[in-house]
Design a protein around this ligand. Sequence first.
Ligand code: FCB
Length: 446
Amino acid sequence: MPFPSTFLWGAATSSYQIEGAVREDGRGESVWDRFCHTLPPRIARGDTGDTACDHYHRFREDVALMRDLGLQAYRFSIAWPRVLPEGTGRVSAAGVSFYDHLVDELLRAGIKPFATLYHWDLPQALQDRGGWLNPASVEWFAEYTDVISRRLGDRVQGWITHNEPWIVAFVGHFYAGHPPGLADLTAACQAAHHLLLAHGAAVPVLRRNAPLAEVGIALNLNPVYPASDRPADQAAACRQDGFLNRWFLDPLFRGTYPDDMVALLQEWLPRIDLAAVRAAAAPLDFLGVNYYIRNVVEHAGDELPLRLRHVPQAEAETTAMGWEICPKGLTDLLLRLKQDYAPKAIYITENGAAFDDPPPRDGVVEDPQRVAYLRAHLMATEAALSQGVPVKGYFVWSLLDNFEWTHGYEKRFGIIHVDPVTRARIPKRSAQYYRQVIINSAAHEG
Ligand code: FCB
């Protein structure tokens, strides 16, 4: 696979999923701490992120593993409640210095730090003030961005404002699957609006505090296909695309919400000044694409609000999450992004898979399915690259087996195995494969 020598090879994680140490050094409570500890249990096996991978104490070991892997970049997220335990106001010196040390350790290992500001662990103190439903959340986020980027802006080379704001807005406020656990579409649309405005407010702060860094956002984007070529199914696919993809892409790249979706969702948008979303369109250096699945949908008149239904692909190979494996969806998605939005650059900020790996044997975990998954998706990326899509790098999800949200530790996405009891790290065969990909790609240099 002839990737350009400048292509950036990385791995991704997020704070709540790996750090643990939730009560240490003055860290404030996050919405995920509260969610995991609220009865009845909503997380598989009653798992929590209390200890997670214990990365807070083992980050030097983890950076050494990254260096052995040959990683060129590492995407981590910053826990807002570690930096500002009450969400605003008082800064925790210990919290900030954890990230300070992590960044220095990465730089010493020759690894570019990419920091995500918000990967879902909102300070509980801010949730108690309404969370993303409070219009003040826009200023809260700008303040947090300012505090942390003033400290790290001279060294962090890539900044990602939000991770998957669609999930925060809709899974958190409409499907009730994540905190704050609401089932209210009006609230979800409002949360989405504030997330977009918060992004728009953070970008100029990052420009000021990190003038040399690249700034972007990471979206979960799913290419959507109609189940048949019936016009009704095609229209359904267009609505699902509007809901999942265009609801964020249009504001970010055009400064407007998509008209067809505004018309469709209008009764759920009563309190939103839709024109204000132009503030979300601050020019970006890159779009971060998190790719896992495609959607296949058909028209279903009685299914509100979108009047469509997902059509399972019976024959398809799936991961342990039950997600269809569809590398071609990634190529289609990347080509479409270039055509419709022409981002300056794209990083694949997440892609990877959970499989039921066997236990380690002789110091390695054999995970041939993950190797095949990665190979297929890298080829799909390369296919888009060779058709002119400006993909500049790839971050595998994830570096470590970690706390997979409501699935707890049952679903393992890592290229490095983490022992559930001792938390010892053992690279999987996929880590060796990935290392070789990086070496081969560097060899193309000449
Ligand atoms: C994404 C999340 C990430 C991880 C992967 C599997 O939606 O950004 O934290 O859970 O899915």
